[in-house]
Design a binder for this molecule. Structure first.
Ligand code: GLN
Length: 314
């Protein structure tokens, strides 16, 4: 099956414009609550170097938890497999901001993509520095991955996250009690909230994800991570990238994906494509309703899946 991706993007964008259930926009901070739910964007960066876009693909949005993929990549570069002494690699089966599991598991979060795990990763990335150093490093890293220096942090979002982040403070303090957060909690969270507040368009996000479809290589030359590490990050995205809906996402879409509460999803088809979709309305698990539907549509029409032989795909 060979399919024209430009036609497919037009088809998906039209289908999403007609969708009735667009989910509900996150309301925990005003900056996200005021985003127009009618928007939908998609960008596909292909292994042969093309970038195809549709809908609101150039509009910036808050990447939120998608930043956890880039933060994990940086942390593994700093401490390697020692990270796994402090964070697990199992799906949580719980909401992204759940507290209960942490007590049972003695302050070791289930995986790096739930909030508790991402806070430990932010602690690693802080590495004894002030938050602005870690935040600067993260921003430079994402710009390098996307090849786009225009990517920036929305300070109003970061400030609002700080003002309302009581659950994240609870998670961080709880892990500090188990000595699994080493820096002062306000510094770790300052860094974490700023990474969540990075704004990117679908185009920028699809470009930033290319190293994960290219076995760790940077399209401009050189390596971001080893092939093994790229595969492992993809494995974590598949098993943990959608919190307690990760199984459903694997079932419906069948490729690694990481969602954010801003309505974006980064999805990776190894060897083929890095895909970003965005629509601000969320389903009950806090994942983009239309973003998931669009990826399901795309996977069905292309045959792209990590569960089928490559020759089945267009
Ligand atoms: N900033 C959000 C939080 O920490 C990110 C969560 C998400 O995108 N699911 O609650």
């Amino acid at each position: 099956m060979t399919i024209d991706l430009t036609d497919l993007i037009t088809e998906i964008t039209a289908a999403m414009a007609e969708a009735e259930d667009r989910g509900r926009v996150a309301t925990y901070i005003p900056e996200l609550a005021k985003v127009d739910p009618a928007q939908f964007g998609i960008a596909i960066a292909t292994a042969d170097g093309r970038v195809l876009t549709g809908g609101d693909a150039e509009t910036g949005f808050s990447i939120q938890s998608i930043s956890k993929v880039f933060a994990l990549t940086l942390a593994l570069g700093k401490v390697g497999d020692q990270l796994w002494d402090r964070v697990g690699r199992e799906p949580s089966g719980n909401a992204f901001n759940s507290i209960t599991q942490l007590e049972h598991e003695q302050g070791i979060p289930r995986n790096p993509f739930i909030n508790a795990g991402a806070i430990v990763v932010a602690d690693v990335n802080l590495g004894g520095h002030q938050p602005r150093v870690a935040i600067g490093e993260m921003l430079r890293f994402v710009r390098y991955l996307a090849g786009d220096d225009a990517i920036a942090i929305n300070e109003a979002v970061a400030t609002s996250e700080t003002a309302t982040g009581f659950r994240n403070m609870a998670l961080a303090n709880y892990m500090r009690a188990f000595n699994n957060v080493h820096h002062p909690v306000d510094l770790v969270l300052g860094s974490y909230f700023h990474q969540c507040a990075i704004e990117m368009s679908c185009r920028q996000l699809a470009l930033a994800g290319r190293y994960l479809m290219m076995d760790g290589r940077h399209p401009g030359g050189g390596r971001v991570v080893s092939p093994r590490r790229a595969r492992r990050i993809n494995a974590l995205m598949l098993t943990c990238g959608h919190y307690d809906a990760s199984g459903d996402f694997a079932f419906r879409v069948g490729i690694p994906g990481k969602s954010g509460v801003g309505g974006g999803i980064l999805a990776i088809v190894p060897g083929r494509a890095s895909i970003a979709v965005w629509s601000p309305g969320l389903n009950a698990s806090g994942n983009s309703a239309l973003g998931t539907a669009a990826l399901e549509h795309l996977a069905r029409r292309t045959g792209w899946s990590v569960f089928s032989p490559p020759e089945d795909a267009g």
